[in-house]
Design a protein around this ligand. Sequence first.
Ligand code: XBP
Ligand code: MG
Length: 238
Amino acid sequence: MLKALIFDVDGTMADTEQAHREAFNWAFEQEGLDWHWDQPLYTQLLEISGGKERLLHYWRQQYPDRLEFNGHGLRDTIDRLHAYKTAAYEQAVRDGAVSLRPGVMALIEDAQRHALTLAIATTTSPVNIAALLRTAMGPDWQLAFAVVEDGLSAPRKKPAPDVYLQTLKRLRMDASDCVAIEDSANGLNAARAAGLKTVITPNSFTAHHDFSGALRVVPDLSGVTVDALNQWVTERSV
Ligand code: XBP
Ligand code: MG
């Protein structure tokens, strides 16, 4: 029987990437950059996990030989852009720009009824997790999660397995006792590299990804219960 569920955040617990994209574009305006990440471009750029890594990847695409902007070095500019973006994203979430996806809260509550342990394994920044879950679950949201591993605590981003390996280590559980819930190919590959069976709930940014090896791919978590997850795990192990 499962002992723990490990949730990804962006795209899984909530459809946050539109709000991230808009926050990035606001940051570019503040910095006087004529960059604009539209939906198709951002869908491609999401193949790079981590906002700073995504910015660096795009910078190197746009200006392969440029190491500074407005007298600031590359790293400083990226750190400043990411700080602007994170502040804008946090405000948008506080203002109600995103809500939990269908079935997420019901599965969390069902897991609590079954005395399962809950954890978070994400590449996003800690302030983003807090902004989303404080708004969605209230100020004591952190009490629901035994472990939270994020973009700061696990700097090597998905598809590297680090964030999941660190979560399992802190849970003191074997991967076989847990299920990961993800939305993207990077997330699936990170979880599987850590030995985790993974349920995928795609979204508009990831629907085209390759989810081979997933325990299940479902449109969202509506109707997904702990009993259903145990059933899927049992079916897979026979
Ligand atoms: C998705 C990501 C994050 C967000 C942006 O994280 O890759 O980078 O797109 O957030 P998840 P930051 O693992 O939860 O799907 O700018 O804070 O990275
Ligand atoms: Mg995700």
